[in-house]
Design a protein around this ligand. Structure first.
Ligand SMILES: [Zn+2]
Length: 106
């Protein structure tokens, strides 16, 4: 009998390996965690360097940039999403990221 936890780790690992977006691999990820919202189970992960959050399971097969609120997860708007997916890890937290998250207005 295979323990459930190790099976799940294998699943998570295969998700991570599915990243074909090289930019995402430049981030330094914390261990992914699951989050239930609207009947879906999302997998969340955050970069320890830039603090950007991404989720898997929002629709589609790729990690999407998100804003992680206290009780809910929001996918970022198109412009921010495309930027976060096409940029390498900035290596630090950027004030402009809060604009992308919709917390701060320009
Ligand atoms: Zn990063």
């Amino acid at each position: 009998m295979v323990p459930v936890a190790s099976f799940r780790d294998v699943v998570i690992f295969s998700f991570l390996k599915m990243d074909n977006l090289n930019c995402l691999s430049t981030h330094l990820w914390e261990k992914p965690r699951s989050f239930k919202q609207g009947g879906k189970t999302l997998l969340l992960r955050q970069c320890v360097r830039c603090g950007r959050d991404f989720a898997l399971g929002f629709g589609g097969e790729n990690w999407l940039p998100i804003y992680l609120g206290t009780f809910k997860v929001d996918a970022l708007g198109k412009e921010a999403r495309e930027r976060w997916l096409s940029e390498k890890c900035p290596g630090m937290r950027l004030p402009d990221d809060d604009v992308d998250r919709g917390i701060v207005r320009r």
